[in-house]
Design a protein around this ligand. Structure first.
Ligand code: ATP
Length: 434
């Protein structure tokens, strides 16, 4: 049994929830200790204990898997994660299983199962009650640092997108298993290193942000043509940091209140992504907004204001006390409102550009597993003299597993591209002289 118990990990799919609950618990304890005088704390604890000692059935906490039909109850997930570590020999029936994306076998108590636990001298009995398709559990939450390490290791990242706009300011999630990492990103090596260093520095500076009274958040603006890897970079950042992603589609937001609530409903240690930010007139440089929009404001109604977006980013997150990252992507940085771009809002502007020879080496290694090839010299010259995106080169590389064939396709593609660019250049020269 001993051996068997060692195999039982916490339920990995619940670990991220447990992480945030544990963090909230620590925050709560800190606030509690700072705000409530010691005498009052002792009094409250003695009263709480007396409830249990004198009337053991007095306190029953019910934790259902859904919270008032509004969404998943994180407390329930946290309780299950906690309880899976408390399963012992007295539990005759245990649910065990393993999801493809998890590293270990997971265990959970079954309906009708019971676990007896002690918390600050109070004996707590946890029951798992199955009720017409729902499960509920008696609960207690405590901080378990050991489990936290496991949580981070096992965490399956989530990609949150907004629920249908008619369903309120809620997010729905799917597992996020994007394979992009910094190793697979084709981009300038110094820039890549600068981004990794920036993320590391940011994460390590919790105390610094607290000391200087700033929200622990960092904004990244990714700009460049389509297919240069902006989305891939976001995925690489999420995988590197182990952060969930919230993908905010601004066009689905119809009011300031809605925007504020949506942002408030995001969790800590996450990346909020607003893609193609230039497509929203609210955040475009007012001096450059098209005349058409100015003349027909009704045709281009303002769903929310730029100031709400900025305030939400600046202010609301200050209270979270945890690391937050926001990423905007755009194909046209020049049309954005300067207020959005200033340091403190978008701290690092990252130019994702056309493929370079360095970038091509990374792609060839990823797709073909080769470091060198006789066609590299020719490809280098062509890559440097044309504007090709990593996405289009990746397409060519995928055409064959045979390096000779795939690189041959790359050469043909680059030559075609070069001819087209030369023709366009000649045509524009000709028009300038006419
Ligand atoms: N820099 C890159 N490194 C590695 N792969 C890349 C890179 N850029 C593009 N790709 C490949 O091309 C595909 C599309 O790229 P991606 O969606 O990241 O580009 P994007 O800049 O976000 O494009 P868009 O602006 O259209 O959203 C990726 O799935 C990836 O396979």
């Amino acid at each position: 049994m001993e051996q068997y118990l060692k195999l039982i990990p916490s339920n990995a799919s619940l670990l991220s929830a447990y992480s945030s609950i544990s963090t909230s618990w620590v925050l709560f304890k800190t606030a509690y200790n700072q705000v409530i005088p010691k005498q009052l704390q002792d009094y409250a604890v003695s009263k709480f204990k007396s409830c249990f000692y004198h009337n053991p059935s007095f306190a029953t906490f019910i934790i259902e898997d859904m919270w008032c039909g509004l969404g998943r109850n994180q407390l329930y997930d946290a309780a299950r994660a906690y309880l899976s570590t408390k399963i012992g020999p007295e539990n005759r029936k245990i649910k065990i299983g393993k999801l493809e994306q998890h590293k270990n076998v997971s265990a959970a108590i079954v309906g009708g199962g019971k676990i007896v636990d002690v918390f600050q001298d109070i004996t707590i009995t946890w029951w798992c009650v199955q009720e017409e398709g729902t499960t509920r559990t008696n609960t207690k939450i405590s901080k378990a640092t050991d489990n936290l390490a496991l949580i981070q290791k096992e965490k399956v990242l989530k990609l949150y997108t907004r629920l249908d706009k008619y369903e309120g300011e809620r997010w729905k999630s799917v597992d996020f298993r994007h394979p992009a990492t910094f190793d697979t990103l084709a981009m300038n090596l110094e820039l890549k290193k600068a981004i990794i260093d920036d993320l590391d520095r940011f994460l390590a500076r919790k105390d610094f942000y607290k000391r200087v009274g700033k929200a622990w958040k960092r904004g990244y603006l990714l700009y460049g043509p389509p297919g240069t890897g902006k989305s891939s970079l976001i995925a690489a950042m999420a995988n590197y940091l182990n952060f969930d992603i919230y993908d905010l589609e601004l066009s689905s937001v119809f009011s300031n209140v809605e925007l504020r609530r949506l942002l408030l409903n995001t969790t800590n240690r996450s990346i909020l992504v607003v893609e193609d930010i230039d497509c929203h007139s609210e955040v475009r440089d007012r001096s450059k907004i098209m005349k058409e929009e100015q003349l027909n404001p009704k045709k281009y109604p303002k769903a929310f204001t730029l100031s709400t977006l900025l305030n939400c980013i600046d202010g609301l997150w200050s209270s979270s006390g945890e690391a937050r990252i926001i990423v905007f992507t755009t194909n046209h940085k020049e049309v954005l409102d300067p207020a959005l771009l200033r340091p403190g809002r978008m701290d690092m502007h990252i130019h994702m550009s056309y493929c370079t020879t360095q970038g091509f080496r990374v792609l060839a290694l990823n797709y073909l597993g080769i470091h060198d090839h006789k066609l590299y010299q020719e490809i280098d010259g062509l890559v440097e003299s044309t504007k090709v995106t990593p996405a289009s080169l990746a397409e060519e590389l995928m055409k064959s597993d045979d390096a000779d064939v795939a690189l041959g396709e790359v050469v043909n593609f680059l030559k075609r591209k070069k001819r087209e660019e030369d023709q366009i250049e000649e045509e524009s020269k000709r028009q300038r002289t006419v």
